[in-house]
Ligand binder design. Structure first.
Ligand SMILES: [Zn+2]
Length: 573
């Protein structure tokens, strides 16, 4: 008989506390780490980690698997990137609590805000719930590859309590606020990790309306937060444009102060106000100095969009000549694009293009658009933009973009970094990642499936910042601490993110020299044949959840030890 369920032998252990790497074995029994060091006994299963990095599993606190978690046991792409716990329900969108007559509205909200196809949500969601507690039960009935936790979204609360008035962004009455606070209290008592809201104009429903929560009053936000305060449970998450910085931050402070609950806000460098993130960080420092638990969630790389024939957006999507072939399968579009006469007509019409149409401001910024290679470069040199390459070659940028899209059977991706790239590099990201009151976030795993593929942030964080970047690299133990223990603590999960006796046995075995993301790919495997961008990684030798190997060499082993995490979890005794 073996002494342990699992022993990982001789790896370079980076334990999630920030301590330097040390060569050690890790023993696991009953889903929990039992020993780190020289492990004497034998394991029922033994993994040789010689030459590998051994880390806790990553905890990604900013995901949108709210639909997928109900119909899919694999929480990909996050689970392909070393993530062993995902937190969903961010940005005020989700599917509970809900009255039957509002199903369509919540689908439109998720489709619009997070770019998840409405048809896939229609077919995939069973709606076997009304309350948030019943929604959690539905998620819990399905075993998953990795752990998943939910948060109660403001958008759903507003529709549930206020109906059309809520959708139309009318001011909430004191009765409305009390009712939403009560639902939020019930949700965290049922196991929601927190309450989330959106105050950004970038978020719209699929019918083009701003989100129901955009202009919610301070009274409303503080009132709902107080529902969490009454329960003494849960965290608060917000996304905002910071248009009125002082007043927004004062509102968020008030939410945290009055409820006594921790708060986090999404933060990225804006191309319009490239220094504003520093003002936000200063206000966050002030809040922490005043005893408020306030964090910023920051990204590992640009928040960027992918454009291509397979994607929701591409530079010629509004071109009247291109539209002649827009209904064809992608490979056929690419073939037709090879025709010299068709090419000439498209490029002539490109000049006439109406810039007010859908995506018109994003789809042909060739000075900030790059060909995405394999492996992708997420900190591309501005001298390699489509515009710069076209100028060097003496051709029109549109012509170069056209020829790239027509190649490779239409599978080319162009990449346009929207946020965090105001200076043509990631220096601002480095500054944000180093800040003591930030944690990595914003991967949006499970969302934006036709335009953005940032569920791979954890992989980029580790190899780009820990190995590849030429200047201002981050220490690997620091990165691991941030993406394991610090993110877990931010949402109240004190039972994971560290490799020490008593902690949950979620681990990665990583061939660090080989670690990289692959080029994204478009799959048509959502319900109703919906498409989604997915992205593989190389270098994850094994990912372990609760002591069971769930991925080996990037392939799912079939094991589904992932569970719904209900509420905050205490640290091991
Ligand atoms: Zn989000």
């Amino acid at each position: 008989m073996s002494d342990h369920d699992l022993v990982v032998r001789g790896g370079s252990v980076v334990d999630g506390t920030g301590a330097p790497a040390r060569t050690a074995d890790v023993a696991v029994t009953g889903g929990v780490v039992t020993e780190v060091g020289k492990v004497a006994g034998t394991g029922r299963r033994e993994l040789d980690a010689d030459g590998l990095l051994v880390t806790p599993g990553f905890v990604d606190i900013h995901c949108h698997y709210d639909g997928q978690a109900t119909w899919d046991s694999q929480l990909a792409p996050s689970s392909w990137h070393g993530v062993t716990t995902v937190v969903m329900g961010n940005c005020g969108v989700g599917f509970a609590p809900v009255h039957d007559e509002h199903h369509q509205r919540l689908i439109e909200l998720m489709e619009g805000v997070e770019d998840i196809p409405g048809a896939a949500l229609h077919e995939g969601l069973s709606w076997e719930w009304s309350s948030f507690a019943e929604y959690l039960d539905a998620v819990e009935r399905r075993p998953h590859d990795i752990d998943v936790a939910g948060q109660v979204p403001h958008g759903a609360l507003r529709l549930h309590v206020m109906g059309e008035r809520g959708a139309d962004r009318e001011e909430a009455t004191p009765d409305d606020i009390a009712a939403m606070a009560e639902l939020a209290r019930q949700a965290v008592e049922a196991g929601a990790l927190g309450f989330t809201t959106s105050r950004t104009l970038n978020h719209r429903t699929s019918t083009g309306d701003p989100t129901p929560t955009l202009t919610a009053s301070r009274d409303e936000l503080v009132g709902i937060a107080s529902g969490l305060g009454a329960a003494g449970l849960g965290v608060l998450q917000v996304v905002t444009d910071f248009l009125d910085l002082e007043s927004e931050m004062a509102t968020f402070r008030a939410m945290a102060e009055q409820s006594g609950r921790p708060i986090s806000v999404s933060l990225a460098q804006s191309p319009v106000m490239p220094d504003m993130y520093r003002d936000v960080l200063r206000l966050i420092e002030q809040a922490n100095a005043d005893g408020i638990a306030f964090r910023a969630q920051v990204a590992a790389r640009p928040v960027g969009i992918l454009l291509g024939l397979q994607c929701t957006l591409q530079p010629f999507m509004t071109n009247p000549v291109f539209r002649e072939i827009a209904g064809l399968p992608v490979a056929d579009q690419a073939r037709r694009m090879q025709d010299p006469d068709f090419r000439r007509r498209v490029l002539e019409a490109a000049i006439e293009r109406d810039k007010t149409k859908l995506g018109g401001r994003l789809i042909d910024r060739f000075g900030n658009m790059f060909e995405l290679g394999d492996p992708p470069d997420y900190e591309p040199d501005p001298a390699t933009s489509i515009a710069a390459r076209a100028a060097a070659a003496g051709v029109e940028p549109a012509a170069l973009a056209y020829d790239l899209l027509a190649a490779d059977e239409g599978r080319t991706f162009l990449y346009s970094p929207l946020l965090n790239y105001a200076e043509g590099n990631l220096d601002a990201v480095g500054e944000m990642l180093r800040h003591p009151h930030t944690v990595p976030g914003l991967s949006d795993g499970g969302a934006h499936v036709g335009t953005i593929c940032d569920g791979s942030f954890p992989t980029t964080l580790l190899h780009h910042w820990g190995r590849d970047r030429e200047r201002d690299r981050l220490d690997v133990p620091f990165i691991v601490e941030r993406h394991c223990r610090a993110t877990a603590r931010t949402v109240g999960l004190l039972d994971r993110g560290v490799l020490a006796p008593g902690y949950k046995a979620d681990l990665n075995l990583i061939d660090f020299d080989r670690l990289r993301t692959r080029r994204p790919e478009m799959r048509f495997d959502l319900p109703a044949g919906g498409k989604r961008l997915l992205q593989r990684a190389e270098g994850y030798v094994a990912t372990i959840v609760s002591g069971e190997v769930v991925y080996e060499g990037g392939e799912h082993t079939g094991a589904l030890p992932g569970r719904l995490v209900r509420g905050a979890q205490p640290a091991p005794a």
